[in-house]
Write a protein that binds this ligand. Structure first.
Ligand code: ZN
Length: 697
């Protein structure tokens, strides 16, 4: 591992933050980011760093402060305000205590923060306080964990890193570890670094650079000792066969891992999945003895809340889809039993007021197919995936044959249910968090409004439409505010293969789907006597066959997942109140509407609800004009002798509420169904401002 230190970049950082935060804290943030950029040192909020300096009060006094990384913050993007400023003199007095539980420790931290509005300090703040150096850096370096997590690991670390490195056994992070680290260093004041077994490494220095470069030096020694073997796997593409199997397995796994909610309207809460199926992962899973090697505790306790203590191993070799499902069901059930007995063995450690987690696994390893990782949203799933990728690589590097030795089980439990760790998982949950939607005709005005509405409620959105700039523009535009949460997939609703491929792509990307909005449709203005048959058939293909294909494919995927789901058809007021010269549109949409009603009958047994939204006169979304407008607007303007604004005013004035109907309104009606406010299927919500003629009946 090479040092990324650059005097020029360090000076830039000081230029940017120094005036407000001081040079030392600016450099603290700078070298923290350098550590954060190395994924083999820390992953997603892992590791922590600190600085001891003065804090200037409004009275001009200068008490000593410990600036320590805020809990859960990501080192790779941290700024000076990501560090909690604590009263160092007070923290040092805590060393006199014989014990200090987590709840009291966090309260003491909060009560002695110089900036109470700053982030909550890291769980490891006291280690940083008790080690005397100005800068202290702590990571969970893969290369170091590869040495400590095996029998005789402590000896191996000494051999690899040299005599100036202290090696501690595994000690529960927090107060206990802080005391042990401080006394170890006092006994060996010449030490330059410290390794904590099954946990990570600490370095220190009088300057940001000294502490950072000590980290790089010792991690490099650990890497060199391991024979220069890379501890990272690559995510290169795999062959088509295992990808196809993965697309089959992911919805099955997603359904089985969904949490049980106890809510009758939403009995299961689905998770988002992220898969690893690169060559290195497949090779690792295919090693002889792989099951024993990989079904083992995590590399460091920090990973537990993301991956659970153990992954689930399922061998699906030679299974067809039916037996695949049976094997998965059985394996998950076994996992749940094992987890429940682990809970009962260590239940005495469960903190008061904390309910046990769902007993299902978060990581599923399937040789020949890949590693499937789950989280309550995309961020959590991505963290679980990245941790799993590093874990597999480190364990593979240690080698098979039961040579891996992780933390003892009781310590695993203690860390899985630790209040300070659980705080990292807490957060405001949006109504559609963890849900996945597929929207057809997404690039149109109504489709765009629906996609935006779903994203705002925390849904992941696969926006599908014909290839072209409108879809690209939509995804780029919405992706700016919702990075990673929207993907554009090209789909021609009239082509069965194209529809199937789009659903498969969503399953591979996120694990499956929960909500399908069948919105694609086209319009045409012509009286029946002039209706061109080919033109009529074009509408029939998109509006009727397209709806049929999308509903059918959605139903197939939702049934495989087996946790219910919602389908919403964007219908039209014309189904109930058709318009003259609009026969092709009105009749084909009526057929689509009828298909959706039939789907509601056929799919209710699988808890798949099918409902309709019937808008009137939505001519755009923001500045985007709808396709319907392009087709109908000019004709209707001519017929009524109105300009564009006049026509909109006309439609507005003809409804009871004198309302202008927008795509946002349609999105809210979709949301009503998607969030399952009432036990309703086969129903239509009119979104038209009130038109007595088109009241569903
Ligand atoms: Zn740590």
């Amino acid at each position: 591992m090479r040092s990324r230190w650059s005097d020029r970049e360090a000076a830039e950082f000081v230029g940017r933050y120094g005036a407000e935060w001081g040079e030392e804290l600016a450099l603290r943030a700078f070298s923290s980011r350098l550590l954060g950029q190395e994924t083999s040192l820390v992953l997603h909020g892992g590791g922590n760093t600190s600085l001891k300096s003065d804090y200037v009060t409004i009275l001009g006094e200068r008490p000593k402060a410990l600036w320590v990384k805020g809990s859960g913050l990501d080192l790779s993007t941290i700024e000076p305000d990501g560090f909690a400023g604590l009263d160092l003199a007070y923290l040092l007095r805590l060393r006199a205590l014989s014990e200090l539980d987590d709840a009291t420790m966090s309260r003491e931290f909060r009560g002695h923060m110089f900036r109470p509005d700053g982030p909550a300090p890291s769980i490891e703040a006291l280690v940083h306080a008790f080690l005397p150096a100005v800068y202290v850096d702590h990571t969970h370096a893969d290369a170091v964990l590869a040495l400590t997590n095996r029998p005789g690991g402590e000896e191996l670390v000494r051999e690899a890193l040299g005599g100036e490195v202290l090696v501690l056994p595994y000690i529960t992070p927090g107060f206990e570890l802080a005391l042990a680290a401080a006394s170890a260093l006092e006994t060996h004041p010449a030490a330059r670094a410290m390794v904590w077994s099954h946990h990570g490494i600490v370095t220190w220095g009088q300057s940001a650079r000294e502490s950072y470069e000590a980290m790089i030096e010792y991690v490099s020694r650990a890497e060199a000792f391991a024979g220069g073997r890379s501890t990272r796997t690559s995510a290169e593409q795999t062959d088509g066969c295992s990808t196809q199997k993965l697309a089959q397995v992911m919805p099955l796994v997603r359904g089985l891992l969904a949490e049980v909610t106890g809510d009758a309207d939403r009995p299961r809460r689905p998770l988002v999945l992220q898969a690893l199926s690169g060559k290195a992962v497949l090779e690792a899973l295919a090693m002889p003895g792989a099951r024993d090697a990989f079904v083992s505790p995590p590399l460091t306790s920090d990973h537990l809340i993301r991956t659970k203590a153990l992954p689930l191993w399922v061998d699906l070799a030679g299974a067809d889809e039916g037996s695949m499902q049976a094997r998965l069901v059985e394996s998950v059930a076994d996992y749940v039993l094992v987890y429940e007995s682990y809970l009962s063995r260590h239940g005495d450690l469960l903190p008061e007021g904390i309910a046990p987690f769902d007993a299902r696994p978060r990581v599923v390893l399937t040789p020949g197919i890949g590693a499937i990782c789950a989280g309550r949203d995309l961020r959590e799933a991505t963290i679980a995936r990245d941790i799993t990728e590093h874990t597999l690589a480190v364990k593979a590097a240690i080698g098979v044959g039961a040579e891996y030795e992780g933390m003892p089980e009781r310590e695993l439990f203690r860390m899985e249910y630790r209040g300070l760790q659980l705080a990292k998982l807490a957060g405001f949950e949006r109504p559609l968090g963890g849900r996945i939607a597929l929207v057809t005709g997404a690039a149109g005005a109504i489709g765009a409004g629906i996609c935006e509405g779903l994203l705002e409620q925390g849904c992941l959105v696969a926006a599908t439409d014909l290839p072209g700039d409108p879809l690209k523009r939509l995804v780029a535009g919405l992706g700016e505010h919702h990075p990673g949460a929207i993907v554009g997939i090209t789909m021609d609703v009239t082509c069965p293969d194209s529809v199937a491929a789009a659903f498969e792509e969503v399953a591979l990307r996120w694990g499956g789907v929960d909500l399908v909005v069948a919105n694609a449709g086209i319009a045409m203005v012509a009286p029946l006597v002039d209706l061109d048959l080919e033109a009529y058939r074009r509408l029939e293909r998109v509006n009727v066959e397209g709806t049929l294909l999308v509903i059918a494919e959605a139903a197939r995927l939702l049934k495989r997942q087996a946790i219910g789901g919602d389908i919403v058809l964007i219908s039209t007021k014309n189904v109930f109140a058709p318009g003259a010269n609009f026969g092709a549109y009105s009749s084909t949409k009526a057929a689509a509407h009828q298909l959706a009603r039939i789907a509601s009958l056929e799919l209710a047994g699988d808890d798949i609800r099918v409902n309709m939204v019937a808008p009137d006169a939505v001519f755009g979304h923001g500045r985007q004009r709808s396709g319907l407008w392009a087709e109908v607007g000019p004709d209707r303007m001519k017929a009524r002798g109105l300009d564009e604004a006049g026509l909109e005013a006309y439609y507005q004035s003809r409804n009871l509420l004198k309302a202008r109907v927008t795509a946002d309104h349609v999105a809210r009606a979709v949301m009503f169904f998607a969030t399952r406010q009432t036990p309703t299927t086969g129903a239509t919500i009119p979104v038209d401002g009130g038109l007595p003629d088109s009241t569903p009946r």
